[in-house]
Design a protein around this ligand. Structure first.
Ligand code: PA5
Length: 439
């Protein structure tokens, strides 16, 4: 692999002792690879890229082609790990203004990742009178947010286009056997894809959970998987560098990691990363809090806090090498805005100087800086980035001493919500909550 993403920790670890951590990281990697650690029944993602065959990619391509051929919009319904990976990859590879341009293929929309009534109303209004399809994604098949959205859009599609059109253009991605969505899909005769038992939601982007929406959006899933395979085979040095650096910093009081980008298309990659690391590491009152910023935008808002607030932060900058297009800053005879000193330069040159200037300023301000370089934003390098972050998360979680593959904490709000909604079976919890609120 000649070109790949790199982790550079030169400005992160000055003065820190990391030799012991190197041994710990090697041990954690061994635990992960041998399947002898906590959560080892959820390691299906570890060799997933290299196990995806041509036949699977072709089947996904065929379903995508069906949706692309008949639909103006495709609504992807899912939340958390059943949403963020596809959203992150599609955004990282898309024209920023694709939503406003007519192009090839359907517009991909996302629903079921919130319970905003106006959000749903506006989407209903958008697709009214237009042919649309649905990809409904839920591993458990019982999650409330996507459940509500699917009920609404299924009903609308059947009324608007008829049962047969709906049956052709609804695809369900869910557990092989369990859950309400599996039963419903079988009953209605929808095309289905399976989320493997041993792949947790936040590690599922390279299963049909991510691959189908990404293919519907028109991107090359073969190249995406090939990029991930490269990291699976040759990415361990980068994985170890990242896991060691973040654990060294955490143990030295740096409790918050800010993932910073200077590339607007990476906003949702950071959202995906926050779920991956937050849900994997935040356990037993431990864990690095994952935060994110979009620069230079947020330098004009959060920049002050990063430069000068409490010194519990470190920063990881995602730095993209080449842009796809060039925009040159023009010269102006009068130079009233005083910008002629950068006339003739391309905009990315200025962005790169802002990036370097920011890193140096934050380092001077006591914010250790990790750098992850990505040659450019295409399917191959985004695939590399996904696998790199997943494996580093497994190694880092084991170094922290937690089970990186469960998420028991996310059930607490659901229990209260169901009790408040008076869901059958929650009578005791409803009574307890009412007593608490009336105290
Ligand atoms: O990573 C996870 O496991 C979660 O974020 C889930 O993906 C999320 O809660 C959605 O669950 P499901 O796919 O079962 O609807």
């Amino acid at each position: 692999m000649n070109e790949k993403i790199q982790v550079i920790s030169k400005f992160a670890l000055e003065g820190l002792e990391t030799q012991g951590l190197h041994d710990e990281a090697m041990a954690a990697k061994q635990t992960l690879e041998s399947g002898s650690g906590l959560g080892n029944d959820f390691l299906g993602w570890l060799h997933l890229p290299s196990s995806i065959d041509e036949e699977q990619l072709q089947a996904i391509g065929k379903s995508a082609a069906q949706l692309r051929s008949e639909c103006e919009y495709v609504i992807c319904i899912g939340i958390g790990g059943s949403y963020l990976g596809a959203k992150a990859v599609i955004e990282a590879l898309s024209d920023h203004f694709a939503a406003y341009k007519s192009g090839n293929g359907p517009k991909v929309l996302f629903a079921g990742s919130n319970i905003g009534e106006d959000y749903l109303y506006d989407m209903i209004d958008l697709v009214k009178g237009h042919k649309f399809g649905i990809i409904v994604i839920s591993k458990s098949g019982t999650t409330t947010e996507p459940g509500i959205a699917f009920r609404i859009f299924k009903d609308m599609l059947e009324r608007q286009e008829g049962k047969e059109f709906a049956q052709r253009n609804i695809v369900a991605v869910t557990d092989a056997r369990r859950g309400a969505l599996r039963g419903l899909a079988t009953q209605e005769g929808y095309a289905t894809y399976v989320i493997p038992d041993d792949v947790g939601g936040r590690f599922s982007v390279l299963t049909p959970v991510g691959l189908l929406p990404i293919a519907v959006a028109g991107f090359d899933i073969t190249a995406l998987v090939a990029g991930a395979v490269e990291m699976e085979r040759e990415g361990d040095e980068q994985v170890l560098n990242y896991a060691i650096a973040r654990n060294a910093l955490y143990r030295n009081g740096k409790k918050i990691e800010i993932l910073a980008n200077f590339t607007p298309r990476l906003h949702f990659l950071a959202e995906w990363w926050k779920q991956l690391y937050g849900e994997s590491e935040g356990k037993g009152h431990k864990g690095i809090f994952p935060a994110s910023v979009d620069f230079t935008t947020d330098l004009h808002s959060m920049g002050q806090m990063i430069q000068d607030g409490e010194r519990t932060l470190f920063e990881t900058v995602l730095s993209v090498g080449d842009q796809d297009h060039e925009v040159i800053i023009p010269s102006d005879e009068k130079d009233l805005d005083g910008l002629n000193y950068i006339a003739g330069k391309n905009v990315d040159y200025v962005n790169k100087m802002a990036e370097l200037g920011t890193r140096l300023a934050h380092i001077d301000g006591g914010v250790p800086n990790l750098l992850i370089t990505i040659p450019r934003l295409n399917e191959r390098f985004v695939g590399q980035l996904i696998y790199f972050f997943e494996k580093a998360c497994g190694v880092s979680g084991y170094m922290l001493g937690v089970n990186p593959f469960d998420q028991p904490g996310v059930e607490a709000y659901k229990k209260n919500m169901f009790a408040l909604l008076e869901k059958p079976g929650y009578e005791e919890a409803t009574a307890a909550i009412k007593a608490k609120l009336n105290k």
